[in-house]
Design a binder for this molecule. Structure first.
Ligand code: ADP
Ligand code: NA
Length: 339
């Protein structure tokens, strides 16, 4: 298994990102490393080349990329087990994307719903990069002969496009027994927790929520975490002893879900433990398990974030590994095209 996954280089990571995404990547990395299969590995890249398809602030992009690397490493992405890098330091991504634009059809790209969503009413004013973004995504995974690509619903269409491009390229330019590209399969990650705002049980916990109290940031220290949990919206009733009793109580459900996700217990098991108790008792217990899990992560994150030298070194080493992994495919692509 060769898994390739791109991550937007945004900062301000929170508990929702950790429980809903990053923790799964760490598990995937560790499972694949434990399988001991020859050639099996995860490649995680910061999608900084994708970021320029939308209006962006260069200084923010740079800072966000570094912050994301710090967060991933603090959460357990291990640069010795996985290849962790940013696209911009591996020119083969941009090169291969251009080579694939000869194979990708305008009609295929015209059908991409994400371009329609992101360009909105201003199609004429959208960047060319926003339109061709899915070709760069195809290059991102085809370059490494990815067998599996983790995709959410919004990315399924782009993975299909990558498969179409690979298939047409192999068909048009390669001998049947020597295709240049592997057709990647979608990898559907295990059901991840969906974490809601601490101030509003009907809104997703998000970095774009203006209220700091709505989320627990990966950089929060123990006191801040305890304070946010204590102030979290709840209700006056005791916790039920069965999950059905949480219906119509979104804030209560969210807090129990967080407790379950962070401890690896089921919601039923958590209610078995706390059913009958009020939030005066449950919230401190929740705060404690959160601090226990997040403290080592946030300490490492805050330390790494300030250590520019280490972050640069991690990225340089990841880029060198990625360049090596992609070299042969890039070379074969040029050759197949007569270049
Ligand atoms: P945000 O909503 O804060 O902008 P992103 O959209 O950048 O977060 O999401 C990055 C990753 O984190 C995605 O894989 C997304 O599914 C996951 N994620 C974000 N918020 C949550 C949440 N509240 N609960 C679970 N997963 C989340
Ligand atoms: Na978002």
């Amino acid at each position: 298994m060769r898994v390739v996954s791109g991550i937007q280089p945004t900062g301000n990571l929170h508990l929702g990102n950790y429980l809903g995404a990053i923790r799964n990547w760490v598990k995937m990395q560790d499972d694949i490393a434990a399988s001991g299969e020859e050639g099996s590995e995860c490649l995680f890249f910061l999608a900084d080349l994708h970021a320029i398809s939308m209006p962006h602030d260069p200084a923010e992009l740079k800072a966000g990329t570094l912050e994301m690397v710090a967060a991933l490493v603090a959460c357990g992405i291990d640069p010795d087990k996985s290849v962790l890098f940013n696209q911009a330091q591996v020119p083969a991504h941009a090169e291969l994307q251009w080579l694939l634009t000869g194979t990708a059809r305008m009609g295929w790209l015209n059908r991409m719903t994400q371009f329609k969503d992101k360009s909105g009413k201003n199609r004429e004013g959208a960047s060319l990069a926003l339109f061709s973004y899915p070709v760069l995504q195809a290059a991102d995974v085809l370059l490494y002969q990815a067998t599996h690509v983790p995709v959410g619903d919004d990315q399924k269409q782009h993975l299909e496009l990558a498969r179409d491009i690979a298939q047409k390229f192999n068909n048009d330019f390669c001998e049947d027994d020597a295709p240049v590209f592997t057709l990647p399969e979608p990898y559907i990650p295990p059901q991840a927790a969906r974490i809601m705002s601490l101030r509003d049980g009907s809104a997703k916990m998000s970095k774009s929520d203006p209220s700091e109290m709505s989320r627990i940031n990966l950089s929060d220290d123990a006191d801040t975490i305890m304070k946010k949990v204590k102030k979290a919206k709840s209700d006056a009733d005791a916790l039920p002893s069965e999950a059905g009793g949480l219906e119509g109580r979104p804030e209560a459900l969210n807090l129990v879900t967080i407790y379950a996700a962070i401890t690896g217990k089921s919601v039923e098991a958590v209610l078995g433990q706390f059913g009958g108790e009020g939030f005066g008792k449950f919230k401190p217990a929740l705060g404690e398990v959160l601090v226990e899990t997040l403290s080592p992560i946030s300490a490492r994150f805050r330390e790494l974030k300030e250590d520019r030298e280490s972050l640069d070194a991690i990225l340089a080493r990841g880029a060198a590994k990625a360049r090596e992994r992609g070299a042969r495919t890039l070379d074969n692509t040029y050759k197949a095209l007569g270049l």
